[in-house]
Design a protein around this ligand. Structure first.
Ligand code: GLN
Ligand code: ZN
Length: 762
């Protein structure tokens, strides 16, 4: 039984690649310095996999920025606007072109925008979106895959396994940049380059080649299915002797099973962590010529593998296919897990014993194989760890479970309808037409960040820290009052991050020291770990919100992160459904909302920017997800009286297909991101006749550019043509924490001015 690995995190245990790339970008590192770090990391990662006994060790899974961008370069799919990067500056090489595509290029008199970036399926990893034009050409351009194979071959005992993104998935993750063609029709032009690459690899001595086609586990059109048949028939006809390992992950093959198993490849990989039920179906249809790689170790989470469960899959496959045709592997690339649990020295040892990061997961693959060969001791140790987790008092809180179970529809329901609440709130707040507000955070200046760093190091006492935060808060309040905003915020100066802040104050969460996961390019995130039943031992935000409210006669918004967003941006438990965990968070947030109301806060915002990104990959699963996600939000929001106004906020607002569910959240006010699309995104709300109040963002906070009054007036007018003017709020697209004060101040003065101008017209 071969032990297979699909991909390894590449940034390095101590984020070495991040540091090296940033030094290269700032000119402090030369090309050789950068390449030396990259080479060292590759060798290290191969060594770790060798030590873990992996047979099929991937190469070309390393990337300086992103594996989809690597593929674009391999295929010579380089948008024309980047040509001058090489021609205008002769000293530039492929790596500079590559980074220019990833990050834009502002040098040598050039100003070229970066390529678009978007999320890789339902992960938090962002890839660079391939661009396609009508007369698109492909040619073998970058030799990276060969260089990496040859380097690996020098250092590995087993023949390395090159990894590449398959042709159909490559087309589907991209975007047409011109009208009048369908990118899937480019398959005929694309396949010849793949054939060339595969034959070159064979020439260098490659055996197994992993070809990733995650799209096989998604909803496919007829034409896309035909593209699969065409591409793989052509490849098998023209690449004799290459052993293709067709790799799927993140979802079940489902109705595409027959298509997938009948493609002419040597092996198929399926993800049994995300989609265990597909095994029977696949086994029943798999032709005798194809081996099966079983993805049993979770590549998306940080929990120790449950060997009993994995072994049941493995044994079933061995019975059906024989040991020689079965491989064992993680479900997907380990790119999405942190590097090495051994580096964590502060996690409670009981909990640490339930966890596994990338390095430990390789070991799990190895151990599963040993257990199949009869090693019973390893199995017993695992059974013990798993049952200690199942029974641990650290996780299981009877009262939390009971309360979650007892949630009723009444708990998810405000006392009165929106129409009735709106009247009550209008009478209470007496806000002007087009009330102005902001989304919550104000600039997190270096001064503010350094306060937190100094507190952590013990250079500041808590009292000194609080005093400095109080001062920043009061300054922000005075300033908001002066420019005439209607509903104020306290500025979120006390928060490091909108999820971490709450995780640190809730029971059931833990934080790692080095649990970094690549988000995009050199950017890594360190998600909190939800390990147990969640409860709220004390108020989380009341101190700062009531301090802020006490310092102004204006309305002060309380500011919370919603349950779905907290779930979505954390590593979650795998021993209960996501919905269950979300409801637990929802109850904690509900208690905080009620506590804020009792402390005299009249307007409370519950941010839910991640609702949309939580959508399942398959449309058939959307309804179930949306049901509990929306209900959890409602549970968090419905503990208050009619007169208390609940806001929510969402960025990335492409809501066309879920607008009914957004309306169903029944927030009194929703603020959304719309300015970059010139209010186009608002049409979904208009078409739906969205009934509640809404603040479509009137300026883009992602750019330092200051919007003019006229611009914002016309955006608000546009919104007022689409929806009742009496329901419209005026606010920026999102929080201002990444901005600097100078541009923020001018922009908000202009924004208030725009609202005032429009009020005078009525
Ligand atoms: N209240 C948060 C802020 O203003 C919202 C951030 C977000 O939507 N991502 O920063
Ligand atoms: Zn936002």
């Amino acid at each position: 039984m071969l032990k297979n690995n699909l991909g390894y995190p590449r940034v390095g245990a101590l984020r070495e690649l991040k540091k090296a790339s940033e030094l290269y970008w700032s000119g402090q590192y030369g090309r050789d310095d950068l390449f030396a770090v990259a080479r060292k990391l590759r060798l290290q990662h191969w060594q770790i996999q060798t030590d873990a006994g992996i047979d099929l060790i991937p190469c070309n899974d390393f990337s300086f920025y992103d594996q989809v961008l690597d593929t674009s370069l391999m295929l010579g799919n380089i948008p024309e606007r980047y040509t001058p990067v090489l021609t205008q500056n002769k000293a530039n090489t492929e790596i500079d072109l590559y980074f220019a595509m990833a990050r834009g290029y502002q040098r040598d008199g050039l100003d070229i925008t970066a390529m678009e970036m978007t999320k890789w399926f339902d992960t938090n990893y962002h890839y660079i979106v391939p661009e396609f034009v009508k007369d698109q050409q492909f040619r073998l351009f970058s030799e990276k895959i060969f260089d990496e194979f040859n380097l690996a071959k020098q250092h590995l005992q087993n023949t390395p396994k090159p990894v590449l993104i398959g042709p159909v998935t490559y087309l589907l993750v991209g975007k047409e940049k011109q009208a009048g063609f369908d990118r899937i029709d480019l398959i005929k032009k694309l396949v010849p380059v793949y054939i060339e690459v595969l034959n070159r690899l064979k020439g260098y001595g490659a055996g197994w080649v992993q070809i990733d086609e995650p799209y096989l586990a998604l909803d496919l059109t007829q034409k896309e299915k035909e593209a699969y048949v065409y591409a793989y028939k052509e490849i098998s006809k023209n690449c004799k002797g290459v052993k293709l390992l067709l790799t799927t992950y993140f979802e079940s093959l489902h109705e595409n099973t027959e298509l997938a198993v009948n493609l002419p490849v040597s092996a198929l990989h399926i993800d049994l962590v995300r989609a265990p039920h597909q095994l029977d179906h696949v086994l029943s249809l798999l032709p005798a010529s194809i081996s099966l790689s079983l993805g049993v170790v979770d590549g998306r989470n940080i929990w120790k593998n449950d060997y009993i469960r994995s072994l049941s899959h493995i044994k079933k496959a061995i019975t059906a296919l024989g040991k020689d045709r079965v491989m064992v592997a993680p479900g997907c690339s380990l790119l999405h897990t942190p590097f090495d649990l051994d580096l964590e020295t502060t996690i409670n040892p009981e909990i640490k014993n339930w966890m596994a990061f990338a390095k430990q997961k390789l070991n799990e693959v190895n151990e599963l194989a040993s257990i199949i060969d009869g090693d019973n001791e390893l199995l017993q140790a695992n059974i013990q760890a798993i049952s200690s987790r199942n029974l641990s008092k650290l996780i299981h809180k009877h009262d939390v479970k009971q309360r979650t179970e007892a949630i009723t529809d009444t708990d998810a329901q405000r006392d009165s309808s929106f129409a009735a609440r709106q009247k009550i709130q209008q009478a209470r707040f007496k806000l002007p037409l087009y009330p102005t507000t902001t989304i919550g955070s104000f600039p997190q200046t270096d001064d503010i960040r350094s306060l937190r760093a100094r507190l952590k190091k013990g250079e500041l006492t808590t009292a000194q820290y609080d005093e400095a935060i109080e001062k920043a808060t009061i300054d922000a309040i005075r300033w908001q009052e002066n420019i005439g905003l209607d509903v104020l915020v306290h500025g979120e100066f006390e928060r490091n991050d909108m999820v971490e802040y709450f995780g640190e104050r809730l029971d059931g969460f833990l934080f790692t020291k080095n649990g970094w996961v690549q988000s995009y390019g050199s950017r890594c995130v360190k998600p909190p770990v939800i390990y147990g039943d969640i409860s709220r031992p004390a108020d989380m935000t009341v101190r700062w919100s009531s301090f802020a409210q006490a310092n102004t006669n204006k309305l002060m918004k309380g500011m919370l992160t919603g349950p779905v967003t907290i779930l979505q941006w954390s590593f979650v438990r795998d021993d209960q459904p996501r919905s269950e965990t979300t409801y637990q968070i929802a109850l904690a947030i509900r208690d905080e909302v009620v506590a804020l109301e009792q402390a005299g806060i009249k307007v409370i915002q519950i941010d839910e920017p991640a609702i949309r990104e939580g959508l399942p990959l398959r449309k058939k699963d959307w309804a179930a997800y949306l049901h509990w996600a929306v209900r959890a939000f409602r549970v968090s929001a419905s503990g208050v009286r009619d007169e208390t106004q609940i806001h929510t906020h969402m960025c990335y607002s492409e809501f066309n297909d879920i607008i009914g569910n957004i309306a169903d959240m029944d927030a009194d006010v929703i603020t959304i991101e719309t300015s970059r699309s010139q209010m186009d995104l608002l049409s979904a709300f208009a078409d739906f006749k969205y009934p509640n109040e809404i603040g479509p963002g009137v300026y883009d906070i992602h750019s330092p550019r200051v919007p003019t009054v006229t611009e914002m007036v016309s955006l608000i007018e546009k919104a007022a043509n689409l929806l009742p003017a009496g329901n419209i709020w005026v606010n920026p697209d999102c929080g201002l924490k990444t901005r600097h004060w100078p541009e923020t101040q001018v922009a908000l003065v202009n924004m208030v001015q725009a609202a005032k101008q429009l009020r005078q017209l009525v």
